[in-house]
Design a protein around this ligand. Structure first.
Ligand code: ADP
Ligand code: MG
Length: 568
């Protein structure tokens, strides 16, 4: 009699659904699931915390369009993963969380790590279910994988009671389920496309905004043609960076505030009018701005600003529709308009300010100097992972992306602690390629702390990630070590130390050397350049470069304060 265990059924179902990676932290009751997954040819990556495991799995989903699994134990294991599920769902990234849970026969006694897991996951997912029997496992997993990538992508949860893992069933009693095909693709309504182009052609100050939906939807080739054929200025959102290269002559990222404020027609290409785009409201946008939306989620249409045209469907397909008409019409936005002049003028003056800040020779360095030197050494094809407040905001403007899906950051949910998990995911995908690209993880010192122990994971799998910790001794800003010591002498730090502070001059690079990776402590541009060059030359082990910067270093003067009421 041919029997299979629950663990084997899960593993085989994942393999059938083309799931390539499983990230997790094992324990009772799911060790056998990880082992069965390996036996079935799914790569298992053991992480140090479920949150980071879930971040990693979701990044694979974003980068490949097929979900990876995050495997967790019951109770606390699952609860730790909720952060990753929420982040994935907010970002519209597919991920499949599989959680072990307590045995089904302990309703009255109470069980080890008992928790209402299916219910808890509902808030953070599109689909959350427990198979009713072993034979239901393949179809529940197929449904979870399918739900995670069809429609607006997101997180899905499958609950596996401990007693199902090693239970057996005859194979011929299990219904086979084949691999779910990629999501069906739909075009936008023809009348909406015509309406969009009519409005666009009359615009004086048009602007294309390219979001991470365009990156996820792999619309880069069509979008490049659209941009170049139409002559329109474009602005990437943080993770829309690289869909077209940041140094493209029509990229107006360096004049972001002005472009948003003065645009009269905005085309949203896989981007939402949420807080990241200031809701599309004044004073950041013109009160009369006309919005053309391209999105695959109907509920997204009309959020905050009612669009003049709602192009519902797959972005890559819709870009093709737009291109067909543009080609036939031979329409092109002129390059000598007042709009282009104002954008170019603003870009030039902003570039000058950054350049002045970057050229400052003081040590400790400021953010601009650090990023200036980094940007000159980093290969153009590297994957940039970035998080931290100033580190991410300033880094975004100074470190260019040249390829799509090569930037991963705190995203829609503004989550700190995602960096190392994302970097591990990206490095795992690169490892399997013929010419792997480097993964560079640019972290604030606070952001690094959330998942710092994942350095051990990087060392264990010999992933040549370069972590650069921009260390300003705190969250937003910190104290220098003299002031810190004076404060310690004056009294109790729990009442005296500003809540934003962290230990001054902390030796984060030693976390890396503890596990056999390369560690560098740098203070000057020369030290930074040589540490980065050495790390780039080392393609076998990870490195951590701890850059001690001026603890009070800040962003240059901003026209609009960040997220203040007057902003909303
Ligand atoms: P950003 O942070 O770059 O502004 P968001 O995550 O806010 O991006 O928005 C991305 C949007 O893209 C979401 O509304 C999502 O529904 C949409 N989207 C995702 N994939 C596709 C696709 N293939 N075609 C069209 N829209 C997509
Ligand atoms: Mg900091």
């Amino acid at each position: 009699m041919d029997e299979v265990t629950g663990a084997q059924l899960i593993a085989e179902a994942l393999k059938t659904q083309n799931v390539e990676f499983m990230f997790g932290v094992v324990g009772v009751p799911i060790i056998e699931v990880a082992m069965a997954a390996q036996a079935a040819g799914v790569k298992y990556v053991g992480m140090r915390n479920e949150q980071a495991a879930c971040y990693a799995a979701s990044a694979v989903g974003y980068l490949t369009g097929r979900p990876a699994v995050c495997l967790v134990v019951s109770g606390p294991g699952l609860i730790h993963a909720l952060g990753g599920m929420a982040n994935a769902n907010m970002n519209c990234w597919p991920v499949l969380v599989i959680g072990g849970s307590s045995d089904r026969n302990q309703e009255t006694t109470g069980a080890f790590q008992e928790f209402p897991q299916v219910e808890a996951c509902r808030l953070y997912s599109k689909f959350s279910a427990r198979p009713s029997s072993l034979s239901a496992i393949p179809s529940v997993i197929e449904k979870a994988v399918r739900s995670s990538i069809y429609g607006r992508p997101g997180a899905c949860y499958v609950d596996i009671p401990g007693d199902m893992v090693n239970a057996r069933v005859e194979r011929n009693r299990v219904r086979e389920v084949s691999c779910c095909p990629p999501p069906p693709v739909s075009l936008a309504e023809v009348s909406a496309v015509t309406q969009a182009l009519n409005v666009l052609k009359t615009a004086k100050c048009p602007l294309l905004i390219i979001g991470k939906g365009a990156a996820y939807g792999r619309a880069e080739a069509g979008l490049r043609e659209l941009v170049e054929l139409s002559g329109l200025p474009f602005l990437p959102t943080p993770m829309g960076k690289g869909v077209l290269p940041d140094n493209h002559p029509q990229c107006v990222a360096a004049a972001r505030s002005r472009a948003l404020l003065q645009a009269d027609v905005v085309v949203l290409l896989g981007a939402r009018l949420n807080w990241m785009l200031h809701f599309g409201f004044p004073p950041r946008f013109s009160p009369n701005v006309k919005v053309i939306q391209v999105d695959l989620c109907p509920e997204e249409m009309g959020n905050n600003v009612r669009p003049v045209a709602a192009l519902l469907g797959d972005i890559r397909a819709i870009v093709t529709q737009l291109l067909e008409i543009l080609r036939a019409d031979q329409w092109r936005y002129p390059s000598d308009t007042a709009w282009w002049s104002t954008l170019r003028e603003k870009m030039a003056s902003n570039a000058k300010i950054s350049k002045t800040l970057a050229a400052q020779s003081a040590v400790p360095m400021n953010y601009y100097t650090v990023f200036h030197h980094m940007a000159r050494l980093l290969p153009t094809d590297c994957v940039i992972v970035s998080e931290g407040a100033n580190t991410m905001d300033i880094g975004r403007t100074m470190i260019h992306n040249y390829l799509p899906r090569h930037r991963l950051d705190a995203g829609t949910f503004g989550t700190m602690g995602v960096g190392l998990g994302f970097a591990i995911a990206a490095a795992m995908l690169e490892r399997d390629k013929q010419t792997p690209q480097r993964v560079v993880c640019v972290e604030g010192d606070s952001a690094f702390g959330f998942s710092g122990m994942e350095v051990e994971t990087m060392c264990r799998y010999k992933l040549p990630v370069i972590i650069i910790v921009i260390n300003n001794n705190g969250i937003y800003s910190g104290l220098d070590s003299d002031t810190w010591r004076e404060m310690e002498r004056a009294g109790d730090m729990t009442t005296l130390a500003p809540p934003v502070t962290l230990l001054p001059d902390a030796r984060y690079e030693e976390v890396m050397t503890a596990f056999g990776g390369g560690g560098f402590l740098v203070r000057t541009p020369e030290e930074l350049r040589s540490a980065l060059q050495e790390s780039l030359n080392n393609t076998h082990t990870p490195s951590l470069i701890n850059v001690l910067i001026e603890p009070s270093s800040d962003r240059k003067q901003q026209e609009f304060p960040w997220l203040t009421r007057s902003n909303l």
